[in-house]
Design a binder for this molecule. Structure first.
Ligand code: C2E
Ligand code: MG
Ligand code: MG
Length: 699
């Protein structure tokens, strides 16, 4: 149910008022009528309530004519006013209509029908006015820029949002062709196409690049609709647009994030791939060369596990900074993931120049890093693959698919070369060459057949004596692994240990070695040969295995070998990696009577301080100092020092790889306790070693 129309009648003449009241009653309009006889009374009523219509007599005790109207109008600005006039001042009423009066009633002519019409009409017009005002408010108040054009797309109106965004005023752009705001020229193909679509369908939306008054271009999302006239033709167009610079920026940020490494901010693998393809295409066009460098930090996993992951991240960040400092701004440096980095080098004179960059990187990285409270030493292995200008520009190379293939081959080759650098002892760089592929293939084949070697019982141990340098008695034997391959013959450990280590197979193979070596030692003891230590080489992965102590214990228990005849050969790098844990393990071995030797002593980190803290029995002087001991003063001095050190700490010194009498003499002179090498015997299969023992005993 609609509420009644509330009407205020301002009329001082009681007769006229009565007539109007009657008219309303007869009109059938649902009306709530208030009646006052003075302007001031009307004004105080406005303070209390709103009226749908005011019917106003112009001549009142406190006001006359136009003044009456304007007072009422100012106090009830939104309310329609119908003016009551006499026949004689109908012209005044018409003037007032211009000033905002809705209509007028001639006093002597008030019939219910006229009253109805006038009231309805007054209210209708007021509502329309309100709506227009609302539309205008929206037009001006909205944050979206609006352009209204005529049927020829010439600007008629713009709103203030448009002015704010573009810097143009309404006056400046009046009559402009709409396309002029577009960053392209107005007659650009793009705007022609938009126009065609508008004519065809009356509607277009999409992204445009507009230009501000100051010349700056900005992206906008624009929606254009035709406003049709009664005949169905476009009379106007309304274009509404929002600037999307921010949106574009955030899209750009998302794109950046997805193509960069969050930790270092460097390009990631994806972006690196794109850049490499781009560089290859360019190298092809310009007939120039290009190099891809693949870098992998050495032993990063161990450092990361030891330091903790946030320090590991910090370390990677510092490495990234150093790598950056080694590359030019134009080179693409990327983090491919984990501890892998890659670099694209362009514009170099020759391969030597690339080698220089690699050396610089290795040098920079070799400087100690400070991570938290720790001083960390890190090295990297680098692999480098070249793409050389071919001279001939064959069509195939220009094909994006071919370039993508070349790009991934190049990276793969750099990776293969990096592996070679790792094999070469890490901390160096290698140029890729095609024979590395064959090696990689061979390695893969080796790995596959190695997986069956244990089951097929293809592993054997060879034994090499460790001889007392003064008495010539055999004090110990080192067990050395061999792979008896059905086709390849006897494969040396250098070719298989890295694969076993990398794949983790070394743990199982190492258990087998321990068992076999202990069994052999026990057998020789049972056969009555003089007592000898059995030295067994242990690999890092094996040593780090949580069950390592158990593996050793099992071997001793099952073979019933007295633990004091077992010597485990560890390398320096293994024992200094995790000092506390290592000390705990070594103490446990000491308690059981198992001996510990440091293999290849002098080759590694040579952090001599650890020797004091660990229960070690034997130092094996590295082969590398023995080779030239008779000819090279430095090597001789180092060997002397190592031997003295062993003696001072009450350790057995064993020189490795002794081949000549001169070497033996030098070692004897320096009182090296034992020697091991071809001069006495090559490593021998079990049966041969038994023969060797017998022969020595019979001499
Ligand atoms: P290593 O423990 O330093 O072993 C000494 C190496 O020197 C042996 O090489 C031995 O054959 C060689 N050699 C002995 N006398 C001479 C000599 O007079 N001149 C020269 N030039 N070389 C001599 P091999 O048997 O090829 O073993 C190489 C390395 O493989 C070993 O170095 C050891 O680190 C590793 N390895 C061998 N067997 C095992 C094993 O069962 N487990 C593990 N984890 N590593 C093993
Ligand atoms: Mg050894
Ligand atoms: Mg050795």
């Amino acid at each position: 149910m609609a509420t009644p129309l509330s009407i205020l009648l301002v009329e001082d003449n009681p007769g006229d008022a009565r007539l109007i009241q009657l008219g309303f009653v007869e009109s059938g309009l649902d009306v709530a009528l208030d009646h006052v006889d003075r302007i001031d009374k009307a004004v105080s009523l406005f303070a209390e309530k709103a009226f749908d219509v005011v019917i106003l007599d112009l001549s009142l005790p406190d006001g006359k004519g136009f003044g009456t109207f304007s007072k009422i109008h100012t106090h009830a600005p939104g309310t329609p006013i119908v003016v009551l006039t006499g026949l004689d001042d109908e012209s005044l009423a018409e003037d007032l209509a211009g000033a905002g009066a809705q209509d007028y009633l001639v006093k002597d002519n008030v019939s219910p029908r006229i009253l109805r019409r006038v009231i309805r009409y007054a209210i209708e017009r007021k509502r329309a006015e309100k709506e227009l005002r609302l539309a205008a408010k929206i037009f001006e108040g909205t944050l979206e820029s609006i352009i209204v054009t005529d049927e020829n797309l010439r600007v008629q109106r713009i709103n203030s949002a448009f002015s704010q965004i573009t810097g143009y005023t309404q006056k400046e752009v009046l009559g402009w062709e709409f396309g002029r705001f577009h960053a392209d020229t107005p007659d650009s193909a793009f705007f022609k196409a938009v126009q065609d679509i508008l004519v065809e369908s009356g509607q277009w939306q999409g992204e445009v690049i507009n230009r501000r008054k100051n010349g700056e271009a900005f992206p906008a999302w624009m929606n254009i609709s035709a406003i049709l006239n009664e005949a169905g033709h476009a009379a106007n167009y309304v274009a509404v647009f929002t600037e999307i610079t921010e949106l574009k920026l955030s899209q750009e940020r998302v794109r950046h994030l997805s193509r960069h490494d969050a930790l270092t901010g460097l390009p990631n693998r994806m972006l690196f791939g794109d850049r490499l393809e781009h560089s290859l295409a360019q190298a092809h066009r310009n007939n120039t060369s290009l190099a891809a460098v693949f870098m992998d930090l050495d032993r990063f996993k161990i450092i990361n596990d030891t330091l903790g992951h946030s320090e590991g991240d910090e370390l990677l960040n510092q490495v990234a900074q150093r790598l950056k400092s080694c590359s030019r701004g134009s080179d693409t440096l990327a983090r491919l993931g984990g501890d892998e980095f890659a670099l694209i080098l362009e514009d170099f004179a020759d391969e030597d120049a690339v080698a220089k960059v690699a050396e610089k990187i290795l040098h920079e990285l070799s400087q100690p890093l400070t991570v938290g409270e720790h001083e960390v030493f890190i090295t990297a292995s680098l692999g480098i693959a070249f793409h050389h200008a071919s001279g001939a520009k064959d069509e195939e190379e220009k094909d994006p698919a071919a370039i993508a293939a070349t790009s991934s081959t190049l990276l793969k080759n750099a990776d293969v070369a990096m592996y070679r650098a790792k094999e070469n002892g890490r901390g160096n760089y290698q140029f890729y060459s095609s024979d590395m592929d064959e090696e990689a293939m061979e390695r893969l084949k080796l790995e596959t057949s190695l997986r069956h070697a244990l089951d097929r019982e293809e592993f054997v141990l060879h034994y090499q004596p460790q001889v007392d340098s003064t008495t010539n008695a055999i004090q110990g034997v080192e067990a050395l692994l061999r792979w008896q391959h059905p086709e390849m013959g006897l494969v040396p450990p250098a070719r298989i240990i890295p694969i076993l280590e990398e794949t983790g197979m070394i743990v199982a193979v190492g258990e087998w070695v321990l068992q076999s070596a202990c069994r052999q030692a026990k057998t020789w003891q049972d056969e009555g040969f003089p007592l000898m230590r059995m030295a067994v080489n242990i690999s890092p992965r094996q040593f780090k295995h949580p069950d390592f102590i158990q593996h050793v214990t099992n071997a001793l228990n099952e073979t019933e070998l007295d633990p004091s005849y077992l010597e485990l050969e560890l390398t320096e790098s293994m024992v200094i990696e995790n000092v506390d844990e290592t000390a705990r393990i070594l103490e446990e071995f000491k308690e059981r009577g198992v001996r510990i030797a440091i293999d290849d002593f002098g080759d590694g980190a040579s952090s001599i301080s650890y020797l004091k803290n660990f229960p070690i029995s034997t130092l094996k002087i590295s082969h590398s100092f023995v080779i030239d001991i008779a000819t090279d003063r430095d090597d001789a001095a180092i060997a002397s020092m190592l031997i003295d050190m062993a003696r001072n700490m009450d350790l057995t010194s064993i020189a490795e790889g002794v081949e000549t009498d001169e070497q033996l003499d030098c070692l004897r002179e320096r009182q090296c306790k034992e020697v091991q090498g071809y001069i006495y015997s090559r490593p021998l299969a079990s049966a041969d070693f038994t023969k060797y023992l017998k022969k020595r005993l019979s001499n």
